[in-house]
Write a protein that binds this ligand. Sequence first.
Ligand SMILES: [Zn+2]
Length: 249
Amino acid sequence: MLRNKLLDSLKLIVFLIAFYTISKIYYTSNFKEDFDLIIGESSNIHATWVGSTEVDKNIPILILAGHADSQGLAGAGTPGEAVDKFGLNPMHPGISDELFWNLKLQKSIVKLGIKKGLNISSYDPGIRNIDDANDPRTNWSVGKRFAKRGGYAIEIHFDAYGKHGVGSGLIPPFSDQPNKLDESIARTFGRFPVLFRGGLGAPRRQIRVLEIGKLEGLLEKNLRNLKTRKKTIKLLATEIVQAFLNGII
Ligand SMILES: [Zn+2]
């Protein structure tokens, strides 16, 4: 009798160990924290700039979510490969998938950045379709004023998929000298030339543009999958915050 009980307990323990091991393999094998693999290709457009200007460690950093004020207009951001090519539902009705992820990542970067001691904040216009780029409430107007006061304004984006996009990388400001923060981010994400597409609206206002990666393939799958979404956002935010820290120390 006692022997039977012992045997049953043993069986249960073996079963629990096996269950734990298998479930662990199942969940972790779905997500490999391989940053380079997840963000995909970097920009291979020739860029020669080097950021060498020193940056004060208390520099105010402003994170803007790309296309937060241009929904329903020409510049709404990429719908992503899942929606545009494979016909999946958008993440949220009325906004592009790019903006959906830009907003999520923006929050995560600021939360982690504050934790790590950065002087970091975000701005969200709230109004999703402001026709005039020079309206004082747009990302670009707020970022321009922030940069004028000596702050570091950076707008995050996910690039278009396939041949419509270029890949990850930093577009430096138009007239300011790239600094060590720019250099640090470019070393993690790659770099675009200053005059990319003739000089975009943001860099012309001294706002940096960071393309995280193309909204396609592994990156988009990991973002859309509920099991890997949080980890993916956190991985991206961690790399960005670490690049900031490396640039100012
Ligand atoms: Zn964009």
